[in-house]
Design a protein around this ligand. Structure first.
Ligand SMILES: [Zn+2]
Length: 326
């Protein structure tokens, strides 16, 4: 009851007024709290408690596409891909991909991991991060650090808004290998040219406020980087740890909760170095399975948080339920 009242106050108060993180109790979802003014109707977020950290998964939106086999399991017969989808009660002709930036409120710092598709995605119904942040109780100005896991368009698209930095008071953290690859003029005339141009438009203007983190490096106390190269040349993932509780943000280590996790060896079109991506997948999810850690995957089904159990050939995704509510 108390939670509901607080939420109502929160939604009624409007975005600007609600700065205080911690106003929401351990878990909340915007979908269940659409108030009469309609605020939050299009926003979707889920807040989890991790030790003394408050972790909010924000939906930037979803996108449907045809022919999963053209993206996942590209080195496999189409029938094998269809069969695995069917076994998992999923359609074979199309699939839905979601985008889930994560905001970690450590108390002293408000750290945002990735920024969604931004203004470029709005027409197609994505680019909803700002709306979701507002619903979760945060203004963009409160973000103190923006971490970019890697520089594909669905992760950097929301860095700039109307030609200005979307997070006015933030500094930026990313991997050096990733930045150097995309910034390099040598990408012109290659398949990475579009990505190169996007980085010039969205990332390079922020370079003055950017620092680089390497494998094992710390972003802020309780948040450290791990190299998981392959999906992109310098793709990094992050470990959160607070009061003895840990969680991994796996970014794009696995991009489909069935096809990439149950068959980590299957090639994925978006993985730029396919053998390295597959090796990273197995390394990261072996660790997550062995240590029974929760993880948030940027493209896992919203709210994108769960666990994995090792199977013969890969891992079974176990979505979280109430583990973070108590
Ligand atoms: Zn992605």
């Amino acid at each position: 009851m108390a939670l509901q009242l607080k939420r109502r106050t929160l939604f009624a108060a409007g975005a600007g007024a609600l700065a205080a993180p911690g106003l929401l109790a351990g878990a909340a979802s915007a979908q269940e709290t659409t108030d009469k003014d309609g605020m939050g109707k299009n926003a979707d977020f889920r807040t989890l408690k991790l030790g003394s950290f408050r972790v909010s998964v924000i939906s930037d939106g979803t996108r449907a596409a045809d022919n999963p086999h053209e993206i996942f399991g590209t080195n496999q017969p189409a029938e094998s891909v269809s069969k695995l989808l069917e076994q998992n009660f999923l359609p074979t002709s199309s699939f839905v991909n979601g985008f889930s930036p994560v905001l970690v409120d450590t108390g002293p710092e408000v750290v945002l991991f990735d920024t969604g598709l931004g203004e470029g995605g709005r027409e197609a119904g994505t680019g909803k991060l700002a709306e979701g942040l507002k619903a979760a109780g945060y203004a963009p100005e409160q973000v103190t650090v923006v971490v970019i896991t890697h520089m594909h368009g669905d992760h950097i698209g929301g860095l700039m808004e109307g030609g200005k930095p979307a997070f006015a008071n933030a500094r930026y953290v990313t991997g050096q290998v990733e930045y150097d690859f995309w910034k390099d003029g040598a990408r012109v005339g290659t398949p990475a040219e579009t990505g190169h141009k996007a980085v010039l438009a969205k990332v390079v203007p922020l370079a003055e406020k950017m620092t680089f983190v390497a494998d094992g490096g710390e972003v802020v106390p309780g948040i450290s980087a791990m190299a998981a190269f392959g999906h992109s040349p310098g793709h990094m993932i992050y470990r959160l740890e607070s009061d003895g509780k840990a969680m991994i943000l796996t970014a794009d280590t696995a991009n489909h909760y069935v096809l990439s996790l149950q068959r980590p060896d299957w090639e994925v079109r978006f993985d730029m170095d396919k053998p390295a991506a597959s090796a990273s997948r197995k390394k990261v999810f072996d660790m997550i399975a062995t240590d029974r850690l929760p993880f948030i995957g940027y493209h896992m089904p919203f709210p994108s948080v769960g666990f994995v159990e090792s199977q013969d050939q890969g891992y079974r995704f176990v979505p979280a339920s109430y583990q973070f509510d108590i």
